[in-house]
Design a protein around this ligand. Structure first.
Ligand code: 13P
Ligand code: SF4
Length: 304
């Protein structure tokens, strides 16, 4: 614990001397969550990155999130504390595969989930996150949409917008894909008063038995404002830690065995410290990719 206190003090000093801010995703390990200046879901963190006044952003999350911060704040130094913190879903689609999908559906606008590489965003019309995907697709005046890379989020959007035809790609998140409907139902049977809240990266079978389908911060807000005392939460464990910490009178139960994103869990407080101290690992992207991906991301941010 003392070791954490020393590191936190050193981090505070470095933040001041380097004019830096620490942004962290809700799935980070607790020691990193507690050291962050701002903790949130992908949309909240994108907005913070776009409006940050500091010269340096340390992004405790995975690579696509730090890339998004760089694209939205090109004049800043954006640091990812661990080079090996990637997102397997983001790596599932290649530029060639997306171009092929576009060629099969000419004229259909491309909506890309932010859990994607900058080069994929650069091939897209607009980005979305788990919290605004339905609204972003609804706002596009087109009957056919190409949606990549998450098939589960895409099929959720399709269900909400039956008047549109959504062409999906077969990407998925290995953490959410493993959550099974039977285990959620078993937890509900064991906790009949609990609300079942799930992330839209879970399978359609799991979404079908949920009370609410929400982004990570959407789940947090729901739990804060709902009178229910118990919640069965189908997402990564880091969010459940934050929910329990910020809602001490309420109970948060994982939907089955706790789900861990090993990529999100790579970053330690020591990595955040080293990142600030050694100014590593700096995100650098090709100018044309930044320009084109920036258009798709800003279209999302401006959307609302
Ligand atoms: P949120 O935007 O809901 O925080 O989700 C990000 C993510 O990576 C989910 O797996
Ligand atoms: Fe990617 Fe899934 Fe981890 Fe989110 S939880 S960063 S989608 S692998």
């Amino acid at each position: 614990m003392n070791e954490f206190l020393d590191l936190k003090r050193e981090i505070r000093e470095l933040k001041t001397s380097k004019n830096a801010v620490i942004l962290a995703h809700n799935y980070q390990v607790e020691e990193v969550q507690l050291a962050a200046d701002f903790l949130g879901d992908s949309l909240e963190l994108s907005r913070k990155a776009a409006s940050a006044s500091q010269a340096v952003i340390v992004f405790a999350g995975v690579k696509f999130m730090a890339e998004t911060a760089k694209i939205l704040s090109p004049g800043k130094q954006v640091l990812l504390p661990r080079l090996d913190a990637g997102c397997p879903m983001a790596d599932m689609i290649t530029v060639d595969e997306l171009r092929e999908l576009k060629a099969r559906h000419p004229g259909a606008p491309v909506v890309t989930y932010v859990n994607s590489a900058a080069e994929i965003k650069a091939e897209s019309d607009v980005c979305c996150t788990s919290s605004n995907a339905v609204e972003v697709v609804r706002s596009i005046p087109a009957a056919e949409i190409v949606f990549v890379p998450d098939r589960n989020l895409g099929s959720y959007v399709q269900k909400k917008l039956p008047g549109k035809t959504i062409h999906l790609f077969e990407g998925y998140c290995y953490v959410h894909q493993r959550i099974r409907r039977e285990e959620v139902e078993a937890m509900r049977a064991a906790h009949p008063r609990a609300k079942v809240i799930v992330h839209p990266e879970v399978t359609p079978e799991v979404m079908a038995v949920a009370d609410e389908i929400l982004s990570t911060s959407g789940m947090l807000r729901y739990a804060e404002s709902s009178p229910a005392e118990e919640y069965i939460v189908a997402t990564e464990q880091g969010l459940l830690q934050r929910m329990a910490r910020e809602n001490p009178g309420k109970k948060f139960i994982p939907a089955g065995s706790p789900r861990i994103c090993s990529n999100m869990k790579r970053t330690t407080l020591g990595d955040v410290y080293d990142s600030l101290r050694l100014e590593r690992y700096e995100i650098e992207l090709a100018a044309d990719v930044m320009e084109r991906a920036g258009r798709a991301l800003r279209a999302m941010i401006q959307y609302g």
